[in-house]
Design a binder for this molecule. Structure first.
Ligand code: SAM
Length: 424
């Protein structure tokens, strides 16, 4: 547990200082290669959990501290330890003792009395502290105030559920490759390996508990892929058919490219501007036993990679605020700023405008984000149609809300889809 607290508090401190969670984790893995997979799992769990529940834990901690704590490492250690005391099954006395030891080891030794006192007070007043923390929306929902008000304004009926869904553990969802197996047959295979799973739609499978992909039968033969249910709608909405030319313009790591190839025998071009991520597209397509043309390129500058032949279908799964996938990336809640959205919207509009000439007359372009903010979604789609006289917004299939905004729920992440047809 000592290592868990030591590294988790370092990671939480990095995120609170503005660093991305994945980068902070990778830095720790690089600096301490002796960490065992089990230890890494525990560090990851506690870091993610602390960031998910940060508003609640900070509200509790504020009640326990007589004055604000300005030492980031010490504060992160207390946040991690309070998170563990509130949410983990580890023995409380061990959590407190280890936190004191970590304080001594990490140069925050002068704070060991504070750590001991604060954590013991927490244990004595746990229920009252929790109750008091629920008096503020920050403590209740663990999101920044500006985010809470934006959700309340945009989704007056659903805002609470959205925020609470963001704080849940995400499910592990599989996309079943129907060219290789069926949902029922695969669930039966999983059962043989004692992996409990269910399907609500005959296309995807939700595991009761996440497992490593190496435990999934025939994963490396392409029978299933790990993909959130909301992301699985993209290729189905794109409505691909044999013989078409299809462009996936922001393709990495290739989840949606792979799905398109499973659904029809198309000629797929997959573009991404990140070489390392593009290699993952190749791995994914190889695993599925499919082929595609992969090209490193900037979707907003097609002149540098496009051969001039138009596409029947274009998928623009653009970079965005990722505010719909917060339960998978809890650092996003604390790293995003209200002023970020104008920049995302500008980049998204630029990409859409650059890709539109690549769509053949009668062809379709699917615009997708994993955002829940209107500036990147409904407003962007309306503005696009207003800019292009030959763009018609098409109705979506009935598995998607009519406005294209899929809100985060226990079953899926938040996504937005807008489908456009080129009329001339
Ligand atoms: C939301 S992710 C795509 C996820 C992918 N479609 C999937 O389902 O696996 C967005 C991708 O856009 C890429 N990207 C960002 N800016 C880009 C640009 N200007 N041109 C092409 N790709 C870009 C990022 O590297 C990232 O891989």
């Amino acid at each position: 547990m000592l290592a868990t607290q030591k590294f988790a508090s370092r990671i939480v401190a990095c995120v609170l200082a503005g660093q991305n969670l994945t980068e902070a984790l990778n830095k720790v893995w690089r600096e301490d290669p002796s960490l065992l997979p089990r230890q890494k799992g525990a560090i990851q769990d506690v870091s993610y959990g602390t960031l998910r529940q940060l508003g609640l834990i900070e509200s509790i901690l504020k009640q326990l501290l007589q004055k604000p704590l300005h030492e980031p490492e010490l504060k992160a250690l207390l946040l991690v330890a309070v998170y563990q005391l509130q949410f983990s099954r580890s023995a409380p006395h061990a959590i407190v003792d280890h936190a004191v030891k970590v304080a001594m080891q990490t140069g925050a030794g002068h704070g060991k009395g504070l750590v001991n006192g604060v954590l013991r007070n927490f244990l004595r007043q746990k229920d009252d502290l929790f109750k008091m923390s629920q008096n503020s929306e920050y403590g209740q929902y663990s999101h920044p105030a500006w985010w809470i008000s934006a959700m309340r304004k945009t989704y007056p009926r659903q805002w609470r559920n959205i925020l609470l869904a963001n704080n849940q553990h995400p499910p592990m969802t599989l996309r079943v490759n129907l060219n290789k197996t069926s949902c029922d047959a695969y669930i039966a295979l999983l059962a043989l390996d004692e992996i409990a799973a269910s399907s609500s739609d005959g296309l995807s499978i939700q595991l009761l508990h996440p497992v490593g992909v190496d435990r999934l039968p025939h994963f490396f033969d392409g029978w299933v892929s790990v993909q959130d249910l909301g992301a699985q709608y993209a290729a189905r909405i794109l409505d691909v058919a044999d013989g078409q030319r299809v462009l996936d313009s922001c393709a990495a790591p290739g989840g949606k490219s792979g799905h398109i190839l499973e659904l029809a025998n198309v000629s797929l071009t997959a573009i991404d501007n990140d070489a390392a991520r593009l290699r993952r597209v190749q791995e994914n397509i190889d695993r599925l036993g499919q082929t595609a043309t992969l090209q490193l390129g900037d979707a907003s500058q097609p002149d540098s990679w496009w051969d001039g032949q138009q596409f029947d279908r274009v998928l623009a799964d653009v970079p965005c605020s990722a505010t719909g996938v917060v339960r998978r990336h809890p650092d996003i809640k604390w790293l995003r700023r209200p002023e970020d959205f104008a920049g995302f919207a500008r980049q998204q509009a630029q990409m859409l405008d650059a890709l539109w000439p690549l769509v053949a007359p009668g062809g379709k372009l699917l615009y997708a984000t994993c955002s829940v903010f209107a500036a990147e979604n409904t407003e962007a789609a309306n503005a696009f149609v207003a800019r292009h006289a030959n763009a018609e917004r098409l109705p979506l299939p009935d598995f998607i809300p009519a406005d294209g905004q899929l809100l985060p729920t226990p079953e899926h992440d938040g996504f937005f889809y807008a489908l456009f047809a080129k009329t001339a």
